[in-house]
Design a protein around this ligand. Structure first.
Ligand code: ZN
Length: 503
């Protein structure tokens, strides 16, 4: 046993000899604490935590095998919640933390439970706070995962690859108190409240008389308060940006957003303050882009109620469709973006960019105006990069997946807004050889795969997964390809957003 200890400790300088024939020790995972040793080992396809040290230093782990000799114990432990919590008492950096002190943060959302491993090498070098764990409840359902699993897969990857500088976890697009409670229980330090169910989209279309009639239904004292606060008053946001409300803009802001602001205020007092959460408010799921006065009204109402948000996601002009570049006029985007940024800065929060994957033409604008801080989120892009690994290593299998996806496109389009159609998408006979790889760069193909990920991975015939097992087998056998593709792709995002390489 002591030999094992010495060999493992020495291994930091030299090649690690295989002490146990069937355990493949992952070198980057070897960590010491006082005279104890912790590492991840692989036995066949399975990974375990191994803990070795004097009994009094390491008791309390839940082991499946334990050996003891001369006061030293060796435990083989499952990568479960209990052992994660225990390990974090030695290495607190394996737990996710708040984004609060980091002006630049980037959400990654590992849909497959393998992407964090591939993301870590890139983020070791970049001056930006990574939010490795980020999932909405909807994504959990689609992928049959739990919040526990989302945190644990990120945490074990962080431990294994020695990522000691901290990472975040974002319970994304949470809509109900029970979803927030679920995220808190799993240990998410950040929540993104999606207030869309309280946003009254129907009031956007009303004319002046209709707005006034609705506004007059509100308690008269409140009406007067709104008028006094917002009319005949200039909101000076910066040296050269000032905004004013006309009557219709005020009425519309109040009618559309009042319930959402009340909801956010309740959530803030019930959960954000007591659990010390880092708070994002998302108002991006509306039918039209967020106007300046709408945005300013929300910011000012939250401030009047002493509700502190770290980040806010308005809906920007143009289209932020999943997995493809920005659609819309870039000059308009730039003109509007700087005003949203001025509002955020005046109220001391950062803008959050949702559906941020592949918005390459918009990133330089965001980098320029949000030079004091931003939060950006991507989600599906690591699934698409995983498909590149399949394209490279098993193109026929990707063709089978594509064949199923286009056959079901009409059904999928009932749930997702994408432009691709069965008629416009590449035909199946194009899907062979080298071309398969190129097809994954086309917007329509990307979108078709993007919206079908849950259905493809969960498709079953006679109780057996059709694609899932082989998909993961190919991906896990080619993790080096996956790391390369993801790092190149996400690296391009970070470069265009102006993220610096660590010195
Ligand atoms: Zn969003």
């Amino acid at each position: 046993m002591e030999n094992l200890f010495l060999l493992l400790t020495d291994s930091k300088q030299t090649d690690l000899p295989n002490v146990y024939e069937d355990i493949e020790i992952i070198q980057s995972s070897i960590h010491t604490y006082l005279s104890s040793l912790f590492f991840i080992g692989k036995e066949g396809p399975y990974k375990y935590l191994y803990v070795y040290g004097p009994h009094h230093e390491i008791f309390g782990f839940e082991s499946i095998e334990a050996y003891g000799e001369m006061g030293f114990d060796l435990y083989q432990c499952d990568l479960n919640r209990h052992n994660y919590e225990k390990l974090a008492t030695y290495f607190p950096w394996i737990k996710p933390t708040s984004r609060t002190d980091h002006p630049f943060s980037f959400g990654l959302g590992d849909r497959l439970g393998l992407a964090t491993q591939a993301h870590i090498p890139l983020f070791k070098d970049k001056d930006v706070f990574p939010v490795f764990a980020q999932q909405s409840i909807r994504e959990l359902m689609l992928n049959h995962r739990t919040y526990d699993d989302v945190i644990l897969s990120a945490a074990w990857s962080v431990f294994e690859l020695d990522f000691t500088t901290g990472y975040g976890a974002d319970g994304d697009h949470l809509k109900h108190p029970y979803e927030i409670e679920y995220a808190i229980q799993a240990g998410f330090p950040t929540i993104t409240l999606d207030a869309s169910e309280y946003i009254k989209n129907e009031f956007f279309a009303l004319d002046h008389d209709q707005l006034l009639a609705k506004f007059n239904e509100i308690n008269p004292v409140l009406q007067q308060d709104y008028r006094d606060t917002y009319l005949n008053h200039s909101f000076d946001l910066s040296d050269h940006i000032a905004l004013t409300f006309d009557e219709d803009e005020l009425y519309r802001s109040v009618l559309v957003y009042r319930d959402a602001i009340d909801f956010a205020t309740d959530i803030y007092h019930d959960y954000v303050v007591p659990y010390h959460l880092d708070f994002e408010l998302s108002i991006d799921e509306t039918e039209t882009s967020t106007s300046f006065t709408n945005h300013l009204f929300i910011a000012n109402e939250l401030a009047r109620r002493h509700v502190i948000v770290e980040t806010m996601a308005p809906r920007f002009v143009g289209e932020f469709q999943k997995a493809i570049d920005y659609i819309g006029d870039l000059q308009t985007f730039e003109d509007e973006y700087q005003i949203h940024e001025a509002i955020a800065r005046a109220y001391d929060y950062r803008l959050s960019i949702h559906s941020g994957s592949d918005k390459f033409s918009a990133f330089p604008i965001i980098a320029e105006y949000s030079n004091l801080g931003w939060h950006a989120k991507t989600a599906g892009t690591n699934w698409l990069e995983a498909l590149r690994v399949i394209a490279k290593n098993d193109p026929d299998f990707l063709r089978e997946m594509y064949s199923w996806a286009i056959e079901n496109l009409d059904e999928t389009k009932k749930y997702y807004h994408i432009d691709a159609t069965y008629e416009s998408a590449p035909t199946l006979d194009l899907f062979k050889g080298e071309q398969v790889f190129d097809l994954l760069s086309r917007n329509d193909t990307r979108q078709i795969f993007h919206v079908n990920y849950g259905m493809l991975l969960n498709k079953k015939v006679d109780g057996e997964y059709v694609f899932r097992n082989h998909f993961f087998d190919v991906l896990e056998a080619h993790m080096d390809d996956y790391t390369n593709y993801l790092n190149a792709h996400i690296g391009k995002h970070l470069d265009l957003l102006g993220v610096k390489t660590k010195v």
